[in-house]
Write a protein that binds this ligand. Structure first.
Ligand SMILES: Cc1ncc(COP(=O)(O)O)c(C=O)c1O
Length: 403
């Protein structure tokens, strides 16, 4: 028998190696560690826990299901049919649920297969800084992590690499210049999440819709992070007349329980069979129970008002002259917000993130950005308290740099 102790073994989550905090429980927007210390959650655990932690109404659906049946693979369960009907009811006219999965990346992979099956073409047009998951197929789509996955097959993707400008004329000129004869789909996030958050130009969706219509290309919109009221309504890409051909979602649907989904236009339904949907845990009963609880809970909330108020408060708070003097940049939408600095060589964000965490506030970060994705149930007074902590940590970082 292998000898073990609490410190034995090789696997330790990456974050723990840098910041050894171990969480034990959570309620609303408060997370407690094993020592009883409380943290304010301004991350909603990578934007997944939109309804807040430990919501009795959602818990009770899960608790009820635990004593019934956990998983059934290709046999439907009554809770699965209920979840399918509930998800369908929030989708726009003409778009229906096509499959459930556990993770976002699996759902994206199905969307790519459906697009290839429907068009008989191979190539996917993607955007350098967007993010679609960490399977080999989804990582090959983008250019954020070129060192960790080896060569990309020649006919797999075409990547639009903007020079940082979001000028729609540049995008249009690029789209007019690329060959489309082997192009199956375009895929994008409607608000850049992982490498931001950053808003896209207001004409971006319309330009992509027109390009797809004119060239018979499938438009896949990845709303895994932006959906379920995180930014604006159920889905950012389903406002007004523009609709995706394939809509992919995850995170907020389960409020922390792994469940994701793919919805598509009725014209694509016939290609699902050839795209091999399904996996062992796809649409399992516990995940479906969580989704039912989440959707019931969300119907009783006014998240539109809350996300608008959060964005306004965030912008007002960081518009104070002292932050302007640091060259602060604010971006994002609704409950998906970011702070960065104008100086492109600024690389202190990991330290600011850690300082904020040490001061009891959970966010997330990249080298350049501090990301705020709070539970959408957050009290605005608590949100402002979190912003004050972040503000003090930014001030401290600049004061240290000047010394
Ligand atoms: C926009 C987007 N797409 C895809 C994914 C991948 O989802 P998952 O981690 O559930 O596979 C994520 C996860 O962060 C995401 O933010």
């Amino acid at each position: 028998m292998k000898e073990t102790s609490s410190n034995a073994g090789y696997y330790r989550p990456d974050h723990y190696l840098k910041y050894p905090i171990v969480f034990k429980s959570a309620d609303g927007t408060t997370v407690k560690d094993v020592n009883g210390r409380e943290y304010l959650d301004l991350s909603a655990i990578m934007g997944a826990v939109n309804c807040g932690h430990n919501v009795p109404q959602i818990n009770s659906r899960l608790i009820q299901q635990i004593g019934m049946m956990w998983t059934s693979n290709f046999f439907p369960t009554d809770i699965q049919l209920e979840a399918i009907a509930k998800v369908d009811s929030i989708l726009p006219e003409g778009i229906n649920l096509a499959a459930l999965y556990s993770t976002g990346a699996e759902a994206i992979e199905l969307a790519l297969r459906v697009a290839r099956a429907a068009t008989g073409r191979n190539r996917i047009l993607s955007f350098k800084d967007h993010f679609h998951g960490k399977t080999l197929g989804t990582m090959h789509l983008v250019k954020q992590f070129p060192d960790c996955y080896g060569p990309v097959p020649d006919d797999y993707r075409t990547v639009f690499e903007s020079d940082g400008s979001d000028d729609p004329a540049i995008l249009e000129a690029y789209l007019a210049s690329i060959p489309v004869d082997d192009l199956a789909a375009v895929i994008f996030e409607p608000v850049i999440g992982y490498s931001g958050p950053r808003r896209l130009h207001k004409d971006f969706l319309g330009i992509m819709r027109k390009f797809c219509d004119e060239n018979d290309v499938v438009m896949i919109v990845d709303e895994i992070l932006t959906g379920f009221h995180r930014c604006k309504g159920w889905f950012v890409s389903c406002q007004g007349a523009i609709k995706p051909d394939i809509l992919v979602f995850g995170k907020g649907l389960g409020n922390g329980h792994p469940i994701s989904g793919v919805a598509c236009a009725s014209s694509l339904y016939q290609f699902l069979g050839n795209s091999l949907p399904g996996s062992t845990f796809a649409g399992n009963s516990l995940a479906c129970a969580a989704a039912c609880g989440v959707l019931e809970f969300m119907h009783g909330q006014n998240f539109a008002e809350k996300t608008t108020a959060m964005e306004t408060l965030f912008c007002e708070f960081f518009s104070q002259p002292r932050f302007k003097a640091h060259g602060i940049r604010l971006d994002g939408m609704g409950g998906l917000l970011s702070i960065s600095f104008q100086d492109p060589s600024f690389s202190r964000m990991p330290d600011i993130y850690l300082d904020v965490l040490k001061n009891g506030v959970i966010t997330s970060h990249t080298q350049q950005y501090l990301r705020l994705t709070p539970p959408l149930t957050i009290d605005l007074i608590a949100f402002e308290r979190g912003l004050e902590v972040i503000g003090k940590c930014i001030d401290a970082s600049f004061a240290t740099a000047i010394k």
